[in-house]
Design a protein around this ligand. Sequence first.
Ligand SMILES: *[C@@H]1O[C@H](CO)[C@@H](O)[C@H](O)[C@H]1NC(C)=O
Ligand SMILES: *[C@@H]1O[C@H](CO)[C@@H](O)[C@H](O)[C@H]1NC(C)=O
Ligand SMILES: *[C@@H]1O[C@H](CO)[C@@H](O)[C@H](O)[C@H]1NC(C)=O
Ligand SMILES: *[C@@H]1O[C@H](CO)[C@@H](O)[C@H](O)[C@H]1NC(C)=O
Ligand SMILES: *[C@@H]1O[C@H](CO)[C@@H](O)[C@H](O)[C@H]1NC(C)=O
Ligand SMILES: *[C@@H]1O[C@H](CO)[C@@H](O)[C@H](O)[C@H]1NC(C)=O
Length: 333
Amino acid sequence: MLHPFLLAFLLAVFSAATQAVSLFDGLRNANATKFAQWIESDAALVAIFTAPGIRTVFAPSDDVAEDFNKTGHRLLRMRDTSMIERGASIQCSESSCNSSTLGTPPGSVLGTKDGNDISSHASNEPNPLRSRHLSTHPIRIFSGLGNSVSVVKGDTPFDGGLIQTIDGFFTIPQSFSSTFRIKNLTNFNAGIQTAGLSSTVDDPAGLTVFATTNDVFQAGTGNSTSPTQLAGVLSNHIVPGFRGYRPLLVDGATLTTKAGTNLTVHIRNGEYFINEARIIASDLITTNGVAHVLDKVCHISLLLSRPGVNRLLIDSPTSTCGFHRLELVNEPN
Ligand SMILES: *[C@@H]1O[C@H](CO)[C@@H](O)[C@H](O)[C@H]1NC(C)=O
Ligand SMILES: *[C@@H]1O[C@H](CO)[C@@H](O)[C@H](O)[C@H]1NC(C)=O
Ligand SMILES: *[C@@H]1O[C@H](CO)[C@@H](O)[C@H](O)[C@H]1NC(C)=O
Ligand SMILES: *[C@@H]1O[C@H](CO)[C@@H](O)[C@H](O)[C@H]1NC(C)=O
Ligand SMILES: *[C@@H]1O[C@H](CO)[C@@H](O)[C@H](O)[C@H]1NC(C)=O
Ligand SMILES: *[C@@H]1O[C@H](CO)[C@@H](O)[C@H](O)[C@H]1NC(C)=O
């Protein structure tokens, strides 16, 4: 028979081990005390983060800013309640994740409470024999405008799930056109408008757009000024119906563009290529999809093969995405 004191001791240890950890205690354990205070200062924020379905909270660490009461509201442009909801809702998710799911190459995609996705990138395979070291196996998480933060402390438990401490706030995604404007991809953005593809890139069904920098766009399309020609070229840069966040781009995968052409993903030494174009900035997450920035314009044409007399047109612009423009067209009789 157990001594009553021993029994009491065991009970105390057992209840301590199973004791609930509120989100706010969890945040303090996660080095996110200021974030906890910021949430506690506003009933609307408390309601969002303590909603029953929340499984993951991405908490900016205490090092991120002096005063979260100012920073949080400024970063999230919280002038009205809809922005409070969106800004806070992107920092939490109803999906479970841990530093293993986020940090196993190539990374993973997670839906946040505000309806937008975030995308984690991990390049080094974690060593299963040792505890994870975030300094040698960094996890970066991408959000709106392609902005990214690093996980500085992983997997702090709370009642609902886990807290991931990060070194900044996520960025609320915007439309493709706002994203291109803010990221100075203005020539590409103007090209999309001239080509009459604005409604295509606003498609709420989701899409991937391979944009280019201004110089690359100029070099690759400089002489294709007609809207029809531009639409022909830029349709090769749009993959409808697929949100191709970087972790979902698998080596050798084929992506069918709006033009009906196929792009092939290549991964070489950790670098991502679309045909022969290198991705120089990835995961600019928008409200309805994702953009990556290429270092070449893709001039690809469908090989049209119809009965009748055909004529072969070959045109090789100086800056292409690895394909010569190749068209087989019907000669009128
Ligand atoms: C968390 O805070 C403690 C105490 O302030 C500090 O010793 C520790 O280095 C911090 N950890 C991280 C990951 O910032
Ligand atoms: C933020 O505001 C809350 C309530 O208004 C306050 O309790 C807390 O101390 C403030 N935090 C900081 C860092 O000023
Ligand atoms: C992380 O999450 C995955 C998927 O939910 C799960 O299979 C795995 O066991 C978890 N790993 C750890 C270390 O908790
Ligand atoms: C934007 O692109 C233009 C044209 O390439 C360039 O002249 C300008 O310096 C860029 N602006 C920024 C802020 O990068
Ligand atoms: C555009 O025209 C100029 C002059 O005719 C030529 O040098 C250049 O290669 C052309 N660029 C493209 C992309 O076709
Ligand atoms: C593109 O790829 C798909 C799937 O791999 C294939 O069915 C289709 O025929 C290809 N289209 C072209 C134009 O090569």
